[in-house]
Design a protein around this ligand. Structure first.
Ligand code: THU
Length: 137
């Protein structure tokens, strides 16, 4: 990780554009609710994801899940900020499961624009069960 990437401003506009573009690849024939997510890592990489639904509805992968997979695929690390949007380009609030995913891969200080207001993961998931809780056991 480079110091400049860690301290550089969040490229919110680039993230919003990348998230909107990711909705083009969304597979959502059941809900017809297309979701895209984009994040920037602490070392300055942009990663993206889209929702991928399944005929067995409960197996649907959210856009944030796909984003976390892209994070791992491209070298891992920590998310610094994430934007989630619907196909209409409107902000999309991360579901509970995805808040847990973002806690694991972004930590409590990761910034999330999911409903038009930027909040930390800690605000979205107060008292969340993160990796540090395992160490306490
Ligand atoms: N969805 C996401 O991709 N992320 C969320 O955080 C909320 C919901 C998707 C899952 C499903 O394909 C569609 O939105 C409707 O629930």
């Amino acid at each position: 990780m480079t110091e400049s990437a860690t301290t550089s401003p969040i490229p919110w506009d680039e993230l919003r554009t990348a998230a909107i573009n990711a909705t083009d690849n969304s597979y959502a024939p059941y809900s017809n609710f297309h979701v895209g997510a984009a994040g920037v890592t602490t070392d300055g990489r942009i990663v993206t994801g889209c929702n991928v639904e399944n005929a067995s509805y409960g197996l649907t992968l959210c856009a944030e899940c796909s984003l976390v997979s892209d994070l791992a695929r491209t070298g891992g690390g920590l998310l610094k900020a994430v934007v989630v949007v619907s196909g209409a380009g409107d902000p999309c609030s991360p579901c509970g499961r995805c808040r847990q995913l973002l806690l694991e891969h972004g930590g409590p200080d990761c910034l999330v624009d999911g409903d038009g207001t930027v909040r930390t993961v800690a605000e979205l998931l107060p008292g969340g069960f993160g990796p540090d809780r395992i160490d306490e056991g």
